[in-house]
Design a protein around this ligand. Structure first.
Ligand code: TRP
Length: 357
């Protein structure tokens, strides 16, 4: 299921690439390897969209500094790991543009300029940011972290994206992007709008539970199945999964809803007849957790096998990974420079003399 919010079409037409495709931009913070929650919530959608759109995929290493300033080594390693994950699930650098944020200084520049038209209250009210800051101790909450939705607005506006495919939790940031784009145009570019108001596109499964039954899968909570996990690791993780806590014996009627084992079956097992039969027998108390889990292990490994094979290839061909990143980043810098020129012209900033470009 794909949900679309915001304007589906806008003044983007003139900014579409030379094949007339509309542009999408989306990103990920490089703070570890990607997992199956990223896949169903976002990546799967991105792979599909890259063919119809001029697609920008951003590795947001500046944004990652917000809560990883004391672990820059992890960010460094994760930039290449995320790129490998992307390539392994089928993002194609020939079709799309991979970008490393910190190699495009305009991201920082636009963040700074836009911050002057952004009321503090807009960040204070942002529900995703609110939930995240509440998890941090006061001394962990730096200004850069608090400002990350602002920098995300700049990420999206810099390539003048029409559409942002993301997980559900990111929707408030895209809403904020629309507000800022509108405000910038109203204040500085009434005649000739610089920015578009991008739409939000949410993936098939907005949120996947963790293996422990917690509402969200995340590496830091230790409840994730990673795209790079080997067969044995997947087996162990699935066997130790949380199921229906009210069910003590295999002969007790069990609950399928809210049971992460069935949630994963629905997401990853293409044999829907098998899944339906398991659900029926589980509700009737005629199948045990172990059998349902064993079938899930098979389905998960079938799903992950081709991804693992591609990962192994790219781990052996790191120069292709680096080339994909640098080639895309080069393209993104051209677009970024064009947008920043339009921004400066509109604001009449940094345009005082004619001799120094
Ligand atoms: N905040 C996103 C995440 O948590 C990453 C991100 C950075 C992003 N810049 C973006 C997503 C721009 C969409 C658009 O992974």
């Amino acid at each position: 299921m794909v949900k679309l919010f915001g304007p589906e079409t806008n003044m983007a037409a003139d900014m579409a690439d030379n094949t007339g495709r509309k542009r999408i931009l989306t990103g990920i913070r490089p703070t570890g390897r990607l997992h199956i929650g990223h896949y169903v919530g976002a990546l799967e959608n991105w792979v599909r969209l890259q063919h119809g759109y001029d697609a920008y995929f951003l590795i947001a290493d500046y944004q990652a500094l917000g809560d990883h300033i004391d672990d820059i080594q992890l960010i460094r390693e994760s930039v290449l790991q995320v790129a490998i994950d992307w390539l392994s699930v089928g993002l194609d650098p020939e079709e799309s543009t991979f970008v490393i944020q910190s190699y495009v200084p305009e991201h920082a520049e636009l963040t700074m300029l836009l911050s002057f038209i952004t009321p503090l209250g807009m960040l204070q009210r942002n529900p995703t940011l609110k939930a995240e800051t509440e998890q941090l101790r006061p001394e962990q909450l730096n200004v850069g972290f608090f400002n990350y939705p602002m920098s995300q607005v700049a990420d999206i506006l810099l390539p003048r994206a029409d559409l942002v495919p993301v997980g559900e939790d990111q929707a408030p940031h895209i809403e904020m992007t629309r507000e800022i784009a509108r405000k910038f145009n109203r204040l500085f570019a009434r005649e000739n709008p610089v920015f578009l108001e991008p739409g939000t596109l949410i993936g098939r499964i907005p949120r996947l539970s963790g293996t422990d039954g917690q509402a969200k899968m995340s590496k830091s909570r230790g409840n994730a199945i990673e795209l790079g996990d080997d067969e044995e690791t997947v087996r162990k993780k699935v066997m130790s999964m949380f199921t229906d806590p009210t069910r003590l014996r295999a002969t007790d009627p069990g609950h399928v809803e809210g049971n992460p084992v069935f949630e994963y079956h629905d997401a990853f097992n293409p044999d829907t007849a098998e899944v339906d039969e398991f659900k029926e027998r589980y509700r009737a108390g005629t199948v045990g957790d172990v059998d349902v889990k064993k079938a899930l292990i098979v389905a998960m490994n079938n799903f992950l096998d081709p991804i693992r094979q591609k990962r192994a290839y790219y781990e052996d061909h790191m120069s292709e990974v680096e080339e994909a990143l640098m080639e895309g980043t080069r393209r993104a810098r051209v677009t970024a420079a064009e947008t920043m020129k339009a921004v400066r012209d509109a604001m009449q900033i940094n345009t005082y003399t004619s001799t120094w470009e």
